[in-house]
Design a protein around this ligand. Structure first.
Ligand SMILES: C[S@@+](CC[C@H](N)C(=O)[O-])C[C@H]1O[C@@H](n2cnc3c(N)ncnc32)[C@H](O)[C@@H]1O
Ligand SMILES: Nc1nc2[nH]cc(C(=O)O)c2c(=O)[nH]1
Ligand code: SF4
Ligand SMILES: [Mg+2]
Length: 256
């Protein structure tokens, strides 16, 4: 799409705001490659997907827009600094889909103060600023989500992320939520396409906030047990199988 709105004369393009659903932490990263690491989350509002089992619909659906706030990077970073007691740490950008927000300035600002940045995104929107990230988690959605993967877009995310400055390194991984055999087959396919990237399989939570009042931890652990047996039966030893640690600890609670 061509840019139709030009900033007014004298207006710096960097005043673009980010739609924010919540900023919280420090807590631990509960998922994937950085599981257990202290982090502050910046959760943006708005998503181009509607996963059937999404656990963060309050950051996805337009009816929650009234709860979101348009913030500039200085405001977001001030809140990150306040929460972290001015001590640099890992900032995790999630959502919604954070890739539809202008986050490059926040990353640039945070880097100046020693903060590092990870993003969680489904790989449906590629941004040039992915190359500025320290960690990129691509979480393409399996059939149970009822979303359709645009493979060329996932590929574009990787191309953009690897187009780094000479002195910068980014770690890329894949994380796929699994509910059933079809999802598992999808994950096998993705791993085959991208053998260079570590693959994390995440046991799905079938009781996200909108579908049940109470979380079914033993059901999630049963699914994880099945998933472990499934990978071992296939001799798939390069994979890592994980739960959502925050879900085991704190259930469907928000802001943790
Ligand atoms: C809420 S999403 C936000 C970031 C981005 N939209 C994405 O999906 O990667 C963050 C992570 O939570 C995972 N997730 C969402 N709902 C889940 C559920 N019910 N069980 C397990 N993981 C879930 C997503 O697959 C994604 O890896
Ligand atoms: N502790 C914790 N870890 C997480 N990892 C990914 C999350 C997300 O919603 O993106 C999340 C979250 O909401 N909380
Ligand atoms: S892509 Fe992520 S935030 Fe969007 S609906 Fe799916 S799980 Fe939720
Ligand atoms: Mg979550």
């Amino acid at each position: 799409m061509t840019q139709t709105i030009q900033p007014a004369q004298g207006t710096r393009a960097h005043t673009r705001t980010v739609m924010v659903s919540e900023i919280f932490g420090p807590t631990i990263q509960g998922e994937g490659a950085l599981i257990g690491k202290p982090t502050v989350f910046v959760r943006t509002g708005g998503c181009d997907y509607r996963c059937s089992w999404c656990d963060s619909l309050y950051a996805v659906l337009p009816e929650h827009k009234g709860e979101w706030q348009a913030m500039d990077s200085a405001q977001i970073f001030a809140e990150v600094r306040r929460l972290s007691g001015d001590t640099p740490l890992l900032v995790t950008l999630s959502g919604g889909n954070p890739a539809i927000q202008p986050l490059e300035e926040l990353i640039e600002l945070g880097h100046q103060y020693g903060y590092t940045f990870a993003i969680e995104t489904q790989g449906s929107v590629a941004q040039p600023w992915f190359a500025m990230l320290d960690y990129l988690t691509l979480s393409p959605k399996p059939p149970s989500s009822k979303q359709v993967t645009r493979w060329e877009r996932l590929e574009r995310c990787i191309v953009n992320a690897t187009n780094t400055q000479p002195n910068h390194e980014i770690q890329i991984c894949l994380k796929i939520v699994i509910f059933n055999e079809e999802d598992y087959a999808y994950a096998r396919y993705v791993a085959e396409q991208y053998p260079a990237f570590p693959m994390y399989l995440q046991a799905g939570n079938h009781t996200p906030p909108q579908t049940a009042d109470k979380i079914d931890i033993s059901g999630i652990l049963d699914r994880m047990d099945w998933l472990i047996q499934r990978t071992i039966a296939d001799h798939w030893y390069g994979v890592t199988v994980l739960p959502q640690l925050h879900t085991l600890l704190w259930g469907n609670k928000r802001g943790v």
